[in-house]
Design a protein around this ligand. Structure first.
Ligand SMILES: [Zn+2]
Length: 663
């Protein structure tokens, strides 16, 4: 790792302990942002926890090349990958935001993870979910303009994984070494974080904070379990919340709440029924009911109201206590804090959209679109309904809302038949083309951070899915210039520009990128170039990119992304390569946390969407996966994804074809 140099931070926390940032020689100036924010982040945590930073010093060390980990919260000595550093002129707001988020996550572990340590691996979720939740909460409160909460709500990835039969539970028993490695996944970090947020909202944030402080004081300098945290919660909030929390810990999946308004009773009531959210064709078992802390907002003649209840029966009635008669609208996920999806009765949905939508926060509006996305991507709603929603919201002024409509539209990408590609591109152009071309690839002076983010979200998508020639040609020109002059592009835009340039890229362009990757000493630039090497649509070039794994000019560990090509056109090339070279890949590339690299290889086939490939993947890995610790869960997960995708394709395709034929 050496030689190293040291940067001092200002004294840290209430006890004013010394802080160092330890960096590779010659890169001290690149640590200025990390050094400046360290004392501020620790102060945020001291205020929340109510106790000073527990150690006598805080060192933070930069590890130049990490594989399969980004940061590690050793007590008083946090290790980070290269992202902790950046030259000031390249350090965009987005990168600073992401860096602060990871730093705060690791720092929150100094109390929650280090000062109090989980007794065993089955509660590792408690460390990770808590650190993820608290760092996001505190940054969101300190910088509401960053929109971190709405962004979290907009992301359907975790809920989609959680809807699979093969999904882990948050608190999964640890039965083999591979289970430990598998425990560091989106269910642990993100589902765990969202479930904590749901209960914080339900018992109220001050009460929840008291429970956390009680838990820390009871167990400081010792071990604890999830049961200890829930006991502290019950002590502070009264009995009930802990037991309800457990229903989310010990089973996979999440609830779908169907809600309907009944104004024939006094007071009016919300009828709520609960079922597990399952994609079409799912073979998942339906487990016990959840105890769902549901918080509702509504408006009637007497004004706006909100109320929470514990929904624990298959069919429940929640009386809406207010004096204003029948509500004009009802929204069933206050603060978008609930880890559940809502399906409104059609009349209730209509009144929510026509009368309530303006009263909702951004995160709340985003949750409505998220539920729409979940329903469509799991084959539970038709193209026309989903695309009408996408069209309606595609011109929204908020970048996150626009991004969600894009996710709806791009979710059919794999299903579009070749003869309707142009119709699909035309639909994409109609919705987003003008806006994307106006944004262009380059930032303009004085524009807002939101506009910069929207550019990142939209322009690459329109260039490829909208087959936008002017944007594609611009990207190629900008990419060629960037290869000669690394300051010629906005650092946030290098990745999408290089990816689009590779999409239509030819052999000389590939060779130029390879030569450049070999000669580039800056890690993040090498990462961008390697990302581009795996993004050529030409199958022969994709094959050459894969062969780079063997020739030793570029560190094979850095080339792992080329195994995960973004295009449908090249997925067969990757799959053939994996089958031909399985043993070699497994022995050459590094595993993580004790599981071999081969256990990740089923994921290279995850984007197939037909039964015959499902069988091919199953039979190829059948004899190989048993000996690969942690691999069986990945394989089960991929097989289930392919199988559900093929069921969805059969249902969605006729409607999609009819819709696209009209475009
Ligand atoms: Zn962590």
């Amino acid at each position: 790792m050496g030689p190293l140099e040291i940067v001092n931070t200002e004294p840290i926390g209430k006890n004013q302990v010394p802080g160092l940032i330890i960096v590779p020689r010659g890169r001290q100036a690149e640590a200025s942002h990390a050094a400046a924010v360290t004392p501020k982040l620790i102060s945020l945590l001291e205020d929340y926890y109510g106790t000073p930073y527990p150690y006598q010093k805080l060192d933070q060390v930069v590890v130049p090349l990490t594989t399969s980990w980004g940061a590690m919260e050793n007590a008083g000595l946090i290790a980070y990958g290269d992202f902790l550093l950046a030259p000031r002129e390249e350090d965009t707001a987005l990168r600073q935001r992401r860096r602060a988020g990871i730093m705060l996550h690791e720092m929150s572990h100094q109390w929650f993870g280090d000062l109090v340590t989980t007794a065993w691996w089955d509660d590792i979720w408690l460390n990770e979910a808590f650190a993820s939740w608290l760092s996001l909460k505190l940054l969101n409160e300190a910088h509401p303009d960053w929109k971190l909460r709405p962004e979290e709500v907009s992301n359907t990835g975790t809920m989609r994984t959680d809807s699979l039969a093969s999904a882990r539970k948050i608190r999964q028993p640890i039965e083999a070494p591979g289970d430990i490695a598998n425990a560091f996944d989106g269910i642990t970090y993100d589902k765990g974080s969202q479930v904590i947020g749901m209960f914080e909202n339900y018992v109220n944030p001050e009460v929840f904070q008291h429970a956390i402080r009680l838990y820390l004081s009871r167990h400081a300098w010792g071990n604890a379990t999830a049961a200890d945290l829930l006991a502290a919660l019950d002590t502070v909030a009264g009995p009930g919340a802990g037991a309800a929390f457990t229903t989310f810990l010990n089973q996979g999946g999440f609830p779908l709440l169907r809600v309907k308004l009944n104004c024939d009773t006094t007071p009016p009531a919300l009828e709520v029924s609960q079922e597990r959210f399952l994609p079409l064709g799912s073979a998942a078992k339906v487990g016990p009911l959840w105890q769902v802390p549901i918080c509702v907002e509504w408006a009637d003649a007497s004004g706006g109201h909100s109320q929470c209840a514990m929904q624990s029966k298959a069919h429940d009635t929640i009386p809406l206590h207010a004096s204003g008669g029948c509500p004009a609208w009802v929204f069933a996920n206050q603060n978008a804090a609930g880890y559940y999806a809502v399906a409104y009765d059609p009349r209730l949905f209509e009144s929510l959209i026509s009368q309530g939508i303006d009263k909702l926060t951004l995160a709340e509006r985003v949750s409505i679109l998220r539920d729409m996305q979940l329903t469509f991507s799991s084959g539970r709603s038709d193209t026309r309904t989903a695309f009408a929603g996408a069209r309606e919201f595609s011109r929204d002024s908020d970048r996150i809302v626009v991004g969600q409509t894009e996710a709806l539209v791009s979710s059919v990408n794999e299903l579009v038949p070749p003869e309707l590609r142009l119709n699909y591109a035309h639909f994409v152009e109609t919705l987003y083309g003008a806006r994307a071309r106006e944004l262009g690839w380059r930032p303009k002076a004085g524009e807002s951070e939101d506009t910069r983010q929207l550019r990142l979200e939209l322009v690459g998508f329109v260039a490829v899915s909208g087959q936008d020639r002017p944007l594609q040609e611009d990207a190629a020109k900008l990419a060629h210039t960037w290869l000669q002059d690394r300051h010629s592009l906005d650092p946030d835009m290098v990745e999408p520009v290089l990816e689009v340039a590779a999409y239509n890229g030819d052999r000389p362009w590939f060779d130029a990128l390879v030569a450049s990757a070999k000669g580039t000493k800056v890690k993040r630039e090498r990462d961008w170039i390697i990302g581009a090497l795996g993004s050529f649509r030409d199958p022969a070039i994709e094959r050459s990119a894969l062969e780079l794994l063997w020739n030793g000019d570029i560190d094979a560990r850095e080339l792992i992304p080329v195994l995960f090509s973004p295009w449908k056109e090249t997925r067969d090339i990757v799959w053939d390569f994996v089958r031909e070279n399985f043993d070699r890949l497994n022995s050459k590339l590094p595993g993580a946390r004790g599981i071999p690299f081969g256990s990740r290889l089923p994921l290279t086939a995850a984007r197939y969407c037909d039964e015959s490939h499902r069988q091919q993947v199953a039979s190829f890995f059948q004899s190989r996966i048993a000996s690969l610790s942690g691999g069986k869960r990945n394989l089960d997960n991929v097989l289930e994804r392919i199988s559900l995708c093929s069921v969805r394709a059969d249902v969605v395709r006729p409607g999609l074809v009819a819709f696209l034929a009209e475009q």
